[in-house]
Ligand binder design. Structure first.
Ligand SMILES: Cc1cc2nc3c(=O)[nH]c(=O)nc-3n(C[C@H](O)[C@H](O)[C@H](O)COP(=O)(O)O)c2cc1C
Length: 179
């Protein structure tokens, strides 16, 4: 599978089979996140893996989605802004960018392994913090659901990236030389 095929295979999975993610696949996903680039190689991320039923109940509470599409596992991508690089010209701290490239590496790794994912920013940060004892200095940026896609679930068609209106054409989002 070339990169474009992999990118088009990924889609937001909102329905999972009751099947655990194999430890070696989880390890592979985490390793792909580990080698992701971060600004000045600061590696400010901290990754929290949640895979017990009790943990997934806490995730359901934090997201407000009962049963959380039956996902067997969630990965919370946290980051420590104080460790991340800050651009001196305008004081912009890049912690969310760092967390996000790590997240995307893991998403594509999971896709390559035949797994589905759902990237979620819709969660209550304070509930995530309190339920999982996340120290104040870390920011939970992204939540990733990971598991085997349920073929019966809604929104399953991976080829919908090319469906009419699903993605803007390149000429709407790319320009050359002058914005
Ligand atoms: C930064 C980010 C945050 C997202 N947060 C959520 C979320 O909280 N809940 C959800 O159901 N989908 C979420 N999504 C999934 C998007 O809705 C989805 O990627 C988009 O509609 C395109 O569909 P596709 O992923 O199937 O290609 C998020 C995606 C991104 C990139």
């Amino acid at each position: 599978m070339n990169f474009l095929e992999l990118a088009k295979t990924r889609y937001s999975v909102r329905g999972y089979l009751p099947k655990a993610v194999e430890p070696e696949k989880l390890r592979y996903i985490l390793e792909c996140g580990r080698v992701a680039p971060t600004g000045v190689n600061a590696q400010p991320q901290r990754i929290l893996v949640v895979q017990t039923p009790e943990g997934m109940e806490k995730m359901a509470k934090a997201t407000g989605i009962p049963e959380l599409y039956h996902a067997p596992m969630a990965i919370i991508i946290c980051v420590e802004p104080e460790c991340a690089w800050t651009r001196k010209y305008d004081g912009h701290n890049i912690h969310e960018i760092d967390a996000t490239i790590v997240t995307d590496h893991m998403i594509l790794a999971a896709t390559e392994q035949g797994l589905g994912t759902l990237w979620m920013c819709r969660f209550k940060p304070e509930i995530i913090r309190s339920e999982f004892n996340i120290p104040e200095k870390y920011v939970p940026v992204n939540v990733l659901l990971v598991g085997y896609p349920d073929p019966e679930a809604l929104y399953k068609a991976p080829d919908r990236h090319d469906a009419e209106g699903m993605r803007k054409p390149l000429d709407e989002t790319v320009s050359y030389e002058i914005f």
